[in-house]
Design a protein around this ligand. Sequence first.
Ligand code: XMP
Length: 524
Amino acid sequence: MTEIVSPTDHDRLLIIDFGSQVTQLIARRLRELNVFCEIHPFNSVDDAFLAEFKPKAVILSGGPSSVIDDGSPRPPSKVFELDVPILGICYGQQVMMEVLGGKVERGHGTAEFGRAYVTPGAEKLALLEGWFEDDREQVWMSHGDHVSRIAPGFEVFGTSPNAPFAITADTSRNFYAVQFHPEVHHTPNGAKLYENFVKLAGFEGDWTMRAYREEAVAAIREQVGDKKVICGLSGGVDSSVAAALLHEAIGDQLTCVFVDHGLLRKNEAQEVVTMFRDHMNLHVIHADEVELFLGELDGQSDPETKRKIIGRLFIDVFQKYANEIEGAEFLAQGTLYPDVIESVSFSGGPSVTIKSHHNVGGLPEKMGLKLVEPLRELFKDEVRALGRELGLPDSFIGRHPFPGPGLAIRCPGEITREKLEILREADAVYIDQIRKHGLYDEIWQAFVAILPVRTVGVMGDGRTYDFACALRAVTSVDGMTADYYPFSHEFLGETATRIINEVPGINRVTYDITSKPPGTIEWE
Ligand code: XMP
């Protein structure tokens, strides 16, 4: 059985996950409707779990399996006896039909992948309120198998050319089944379907950030009591919001450690420390460890070696400062809900390490500390909303992500103080350009990388021999995939001119137009 995340007594919706790539999007759509939901893998949902979770409604997600195959996933049959509304999506629809007495068959020309159009049945259905105003609705299909006979009690409310049972329902039991994915962008009216579903299930939409803030504060106080908490502050959104929330809950019992490894952006250390220490009155230790980090990185050029050195030193340094805080029993971490889902996912087998990520994993056990994770119920945009609710300035909340190893991974080859200084200046000009053109919020992440080559140029009447740099800007949803941002030529030209004029040490600017995959966002 997996752990139930919500400590609240909100109405809860249970999403039983059969491994679809887009299950998280179902949760997103529901959270947008102020409905609290949790995703749990099908093989961890048993009768005891259902009794404890007490869902007010259930959604069965899509998935890659075929219900025809022996041993393919099934929800516990108790789900259908809970007397709550159930919505089956794609695989969820097929498994519902199979279990409830219908029939599913293999493709044979009936597979559908991509855009399809559904037309309505004769009768109206509350789930489809606001649908079919234009006679048909665009939906996103992704199925090989199809339902060939619906289960007793079900009626047809929508069909597509290859899915005669695209939308079916047994209204007496409040069971609904759709062959398509209403949670994806390519089903433009899909959000309406979820809105109707939670309305007919009787959800009040009481999951708001204000309510969350109050409950989280109470929960932190209860967990921590009068003990002390240490929090690593990076200046990124997650750790900033976690620190602000903890501060509201326990005030002076919180000490934040900000590790300055000398790989931060221009003015960054000062901005973070000023903001939290002076404006928000938090107790912040500014760990100036620039010499230590840059000393150990001296002469190192292999990306993985650089990352490992930084990761190891970070833990050592954090531990050193944390040990000075007498009586600390808790370590705060900005774990988010997607990390929680990831770690319980039944399909999430070990994946190849592309890059060793740097974090403080393993620290709590090593130091004998207990964990406080006040954001573990939230998605990233909910963390931002909470930050706003807590009064953090937009300039902090809307920041692009910045990696733990900092500028080290934007400086391929050997890291030198000279290169870091040039990089900081170039990055500041680039970000200033992006802000001036009003593009900052459209871009997911933007930065400069300094290249380990010098090139020849001519400035005034003289020859130059300086570094080349690469500008990077990507759009992305979660950093897992990314596309380069299509700047105009004017923007690129103006930015290159500014960098070369304003940053001594650079005489050539390039723009990186690699998507991820095959590239990664960072250069190392
Ligand atoms: P890549 O380069 O793997 O980066 O495409 C994806 C996202 O992750 C960030 N990143 C890191 N963040 N510690 C972090 O906290 C790390 O070691 C790390 N490496 C990459 C990167 O900035 C991008 O947002």
